[in-house]
Ligand binder design. Structure first.
Ligand SMILES: *[C@@H]1O[C@H](CO)[C@@H](O)[C@H](O)[C@H]1NC(C)=O
Ligand SMILES: *[C@@H]1O[C@H](CO)[C@@H](O)[C@H](O)[C@H]1NC(C)=O
Ligand SMILES: *[C@@H]1O[C@H](CO)[C@@H](O)[C@H](O)[C@H]1NC(C)=O
Length: 388
């Protein structure tokens, strides 16, 4: 897509936006059925599957700039586990731009990782996102999708997921995601209610029943976004059922391998023993550097082995989870479910010795590694994602 076409599409969206959105209506469970709909207050396993027949799944999420030392950690975490159909265990990378190597983006994609959008700048403070108008969100979201495609060679159609910086979701953000044809958002922290029904499950964005988690002030979006799914970021909980954190690194950061293994196994069982809502492992790379050296990696690896050995647990990307929500499969069917087959992906177009190392001094000292040649004249930004 050249820059004119990109700008033109953006323009059309901006014009269309006012008339496009309808207020969300209360969800009618009789009418709201898969594959197109699921009420946000429905905590039963989808498709009428009995809980025990429901194939449990886990999805791993890693976020921020993609650099070599981080990809190495993710590979180490997942290399010894596989899925019940023998396909490799993979996760979703939510990628923002500044220090990302797009050669590594291509490399991760070729191994089966999902690449998702985490905005171009991921800048502070959080109020930047809270106050951002539609155009700011659109440039940040569409811009990063374009950068991932142009410099990481990811097909547009494979960039379908988004996570807001600091989980700062807003109505304008949902509007931009909807206009950009995204399939899912993963920015909404949710508590587990210990009432026997289990955690909330991914939901189609037609109603607003998920409640934001205090103390963050987040106005609930009011519009309907047909086609867009919300995957709740189910918080990790302490033993007394208080919230521990929405990301793994926020929880007992100095805890050792014993403490961390216990946290993961216990929280996983809140899902596995109830409605089998997908269990998300949301982590920054910093998770692996807290606590005694190597302990968090050891705990997470031991936990994944434990989950794998249960026999009906899958380690998946977020978009594979959505595919299952639309078309629920039981334990037996899951092995032949097409969206869960091993992905056939192209090799990266270059290697670490042939990668193009682009250097910029504006807006400050930045390096951008990409297999694409030549280097774009400018460092890509939200309003100039191609760096023209
Ligand atoms: C990324 O770079 C932009 C441009 O220099 C800057 O505004 C932004 O704050 C940076 N983001 C982070 C997370 O450092
Ligand atoms: C979104 O989908 C519509 C309908 O298929 C298409 O016309 C439009 O170009 C798509 N927009 C983007 C940003 O991909
Ligand atoms: C982890 O810490 C706890 C106490 O904080 C201790 O009882 C336990 O032995 C430690 N485990 C390891 C493997 O060091």
């Amino acid at each position: 897509m050249d820059i004119q076409a990109f700008a033109l599409l953006v323009f059309l969206f901006t014009v269309g936006i006012r008339a496009q959105f309808q207020p969300a209506q209360p969800c009618d469970r009789e009418k709201c059925l898969p594959p197109d709909c699921r009420c946000s207050d429905d905590r039963k396993p989808p498709g009428g599957l009995a809980t025990r027949k429901n194939s449990a799944n886990y999805h791993g999420h890693f976020r921020d700039d993609l650099q070599k030392q981080y990809l190495d950690l993710y590979n180490e975490l997942l290399e010894e586990v596989h899925n019940p159909n023998n396909c490799p265990a993979v996760g979703t990378l939510f990628i923002s731009h500044n220090y990302t190597s797009y050669f590594l983006v291509e490399t991760a994609y070729s191994k089966g990782f999902e690449t998702a959008d985490h905005t171009v700048t991921h800048q502070e403070p959080t109020t930047y996102w809270q106050d951002a108008d539609y155009t700011v969100w659109k440039d940040e979201i569409f811009g990063q999708k374009e950068i991932l495609h142009r410099f990481g060679n990811i097909p547009y159609g494979k960039i379908t997921g988004f996570r807001a910086p600091f989980l700062m979701f807003t109505e304008n953000m949902f509007k931009a995601l909807h206009m950009g044809n995204f399939t899912y958002d993963l920015s909404w922290p949710a508590q587990i209610k210990f009432d026997g029904h289990g955690p909330c499950t991914p939901t189609r964005w037609t109603t607003c029943r998920l409640r934001p988690v205090p103390p963050l002030y987040k106005p609930c979006p009011k519009m309907s976004y047909p086609g867009l799914w919300e995957i709740p970021n189910v918080n990790l909980m302490n033993k007394d059922h208080s919230t521990c954190g929405s990301m793994m690194d926020a929880c007992d950061p100095l805890g050792n391998a014993t403490a961390w293994y216990e946290i993961l196994v216990r929280n996983f069982h809140y899902h596995y023993d109830t409605n089998r809502a997908p269990f998300g492992m949301h982590m920054h790379p910093s998770f692996f550097s807290w606590g005694p050296a190597g302990d968090h990696m050891n705990a997470a690896k031991k936990f994944l082995k434990y989950a794998q050995d249960l026999g009906d647990v899958w380690i998946l990307t977020a978009s594979q989870v959505i595919a299952w929500m639309k078309d629920p499969q039981d334990v037996d069917q899951a092995k032949s479910f097409p969206p869960w087959q091993c992905p056939a992906r192209p090799e990266p177009r270059c290697s670490s010795s042939t990668v193009n190392k682009c250097h910029y001094t504006e807006p400050k000292d930045f390096y951008m590694d990409t297999c694409t040649k030549p280097c774009p004249p400018h460092f890509p930004s939200p309003t100039d994602p191609d760096g023209k």
